[in-house]
Ligand binder design. Structure first.
Ligand code: HEC
Length: 175
């Protein structure tokens, strides 16, 4: 009789531990699940990500990524306003050290996705001194995936010609 209780107790403890372990795994998987940028619209990524948390998975030293980004800049007709190399046409140059709202990945991704008007509604203000000709239109559902937009932004970074210290915006100690 006492042996029976003991075995039952052990089985219960074992089952409990197994369940806990499985739960822990599910939780860890969810927490660590990376976003598949190829499957999400820029608009949805912006919606789902807290301000300041967007970072480009690509580097502007990845030649293949940069080449694709340059193609997208043309095919999504960013070039119509910014010039094919991002050097500025009738709109701000993307290559200099003057950033209208800030030069970090998060701000640039949100600006292109939401456009100037919506970005300003969310509390951003123009800090750069660049000539303003009008608002940047929202591209959050026109650019087909966040991955495409990250590649465009990698291309933009690769064309940067300004002071290296300002490549990602005004350095914190100068703000
Ligand atoms: C209709 C013209 C137009 C098109 C098309 C356009 N932009 Fe813009 N873009 C602007 C304007 C105007 C601004 C400045 C916005 C402001 O001052 O609020 C801007 C600002 C920017 C900036 C910030 C520049 C800085 O110096 O801070 C980036 C980056 C940018 N655009 C990228 C893109 C990308 C990528 C695309 C294509 C997906 C694109 N733009 C398409 C007009 C355009």
């Amino acid at each position: 009789m006492r042996r029976g209780v003991l075995i039952l107790g052990l089985v219960t403890v074992f089952a409990g531990l197994t369940a806990l372990f499985a739960l822990g795994r599910v939780w860890a998987d969810n927490a660590a699940a990376p976003v598949d940028y190829t499957k999400i619209l820029p608009a949805d990524l912006v919606k789902n990500t807290p301000k300041g948390k967007l970072t480009n998975p690509y580097k502007d030293t990845q030649a293949d990524v940069v080449a694709q980004g340059g193609q997208f800049l043309l095919s999504y007709s960013c070039s119509g306003c910014h010039g094919g190399g991002g050097g500025g046409g009738m709109c701000p140059a993307l290559t200099n050290d003057i950033w209208v709202y800030g030069g970090d990945d998060d701000t640039l991704f949100r600006l292109v996705t939401l456009g100037s008007d919506e970005l300003q509604k969310q509390g951003y203000t123009r800090i750069g001194r660049e000539n303003v000709v009008g608002p940047m239109p929202p591209f959050g559902t026109i650019v087909k995936s966040a991955d495409d937009l990250w590649k465009i932004l990698a291309f933009v970074r690769s064309k940067y010609t300004g002071d290296p210290a300002y490549k990602f915006g005004t350095p914190p100690d100068q703000q």
